[in-house]
Design a binder for this molecule. Sequence first.
Ligand SMILES: C[S@@+](CC[C@H](N)C(=O)[O-])C[C@H]1O[C@@H](n2cnc3c(N)ncnc32)[C@H](O)[C@@H]1O
Length: 201
Amino acid sequence: MITVVGLGPGNPGYLTVKGYSLLESADIIIGSSRQLQEVPATTSAKQMVLPKKLDELEQFLRQHIMKDLVLLASGDPLLYGIGKWVLERFRPEEVTIISGISSIQYICAKAGISMNDLYISSSHGKVPDFDFLLAHSKVAMVTDKKIGPYEIAVEITKRNLRKRMIIGENVSYPNEKIYRLSPIEVEKNYNMNVVVIEDER
Ligand SMILES: C[S@@+](CC[C@H](N)C(=O)[O-])C[C@H]1O[C@@H](n2cnc3c(N)ncnc32)[C@H](O)[C@@H]1O
């Protein structure tokens, strides 16, 4: 059985009680080195670092499917996370997804932004269609190193749009920073971040 547990944005205080108890009772927990550091020390589960290739992960999961396997996901597993990959490869009765607080939910709560009518997207490993994205009045994005706050700000400025950006850096961690900026104020380098783009009111 595979249980994909959403860890939330990173700080263990945001892991759900259900997620916590599943980590305690698992046979094997699989995640990145950073994610495995968040696993409670009280669990007796064997821990395994995610293999580099997803094919190897699939093979491992199939070989051990009779065990209680927990696969860790950052934030919410089904929001640009590993949950979709697992659902596409295993039968529904082999998989349980435990939702977590996504970095997008976290930044919205922290910055006081309603998620009603929020368009959610990602620049993680892809170039977004900015004409389409910026046509929305409220967008939230998970990003990566190639297309982050600065590149988004450039696209807004190019189109002369009146938007403001809320950037959440390292959210939930002790070094968390939340910036509210107009696109021309956005700098080049931010650590791991999530971005909300809103029409200026
Ligand atoms: C592969 S996506 C996973 C998103 C995740 N499933 C979620 O619900 O937040 C990874 C991206 O999520 C965002 N992210 C995840 N944790 C974050 C954090 N603690 N602070 C800021 N951004 C975070 C970053 O944009 C990062 O590049």
